[in-house]
Design a protein around this ligand. Sequence first.
Ligand SMILES: Cc1cc2nc3c(=O)[nH]c(=O)nc-3n(C[C@H](O)[C@H](O)[C@H](O)COP(=O)(O)O)c2cc1C
Length: 206
Amino acid sequence: MKTLLQINSSLYAGDGQSSGLANRFVDLWRAANPGATVLLRDLAREPVPHLDAQRFGAFLAKEDVRDAAQKEVVAYSDLLIGELRRADLIVLGLPMYNFGVPSMLKAYFDHVARAGVTFRYTENGPVGLLGGKRAVVFAARGGIYAGTPADSQTGYVRAFLRFLGIEDVEFVYAEGLAIGEPSKQAALAQAHSAIGRLFDAQRLAA
Ligand SMILES: Cc1cc2nc3c(=O)[nH]c(=O)nc-3n(C[C@H](O)[C@H](O)[C@H](O)COP(=O)(O)O)c2cc1C
C-alpha cells in the first residue's frame, strides 16, 4: 500500500499558504489512492531541535557506547527517517522566510542527513540511500524569485533531496503573495492549476 509523507514547514502550521497548497494536493492524492496512508509531519506544531554538538555527537557515537541521552536523540532522528523511508511520495510545504528556507525545515534536514543511514560516502562521492521516491514541493513566497539567481530555495532543496537519493522532484510555486491582493489571488489560482495538471498528467495519481 502506498504512503505519502506531508511535511509542513510554515510557522502558521496548517494555515500557511504553502501548507494550504500541499493540503489541496494531498486531498486529491488521497481521493485517487483510496486506502493509502498519509503521514503528516508539521514542523511548527512539533519543532525539531537545532542540531548542536551534543546532538551531532549522538549521531557519531557508536551504537554500543551511546548513553541514555544519546540514544534518545538517535531514536528521534530514526523516527523522522523512518517516515521518509516509508514514503513513496513526499509533499513539502516550503515558505520563503528571510531569503531562505524556514529554520524549522533546516533543523529537520539536519536530523535526517545521517552518514551510513540516509547517505554514505564512497570513492566517487556521497550516495543517497533513500532512492526510488518522488517529491512535490509547494513553494510560497511574498516576492518573485523562481528562475532567477535570487531563488535560494529551489537549488538548495533539490540538492539536499538528491543527496538523500531523491531525484524526482517537482516544484509548484505561488509567488508575489505579498505584492497585493490581485497578485496573490492570481498566484494561488496558478498554483492550483499546476496541481490540477499534475493529476491530469496521471503522473502522481497512479
Ligand atoms: C518571517 C517572514 C519572513 C519572510 N521573508 C520573505 C522573504 O525573504 N522573501 C519573500 O519573498 N517573502 C518573505 N515572506 C513572505 C512569505 O514568503 C509568504 O508570506 C508566504 O506565504 C509564506 O509561506 P506560508 O504562508 O506557508 O508560511 C516572509 C514572511 C515571514 C512571516
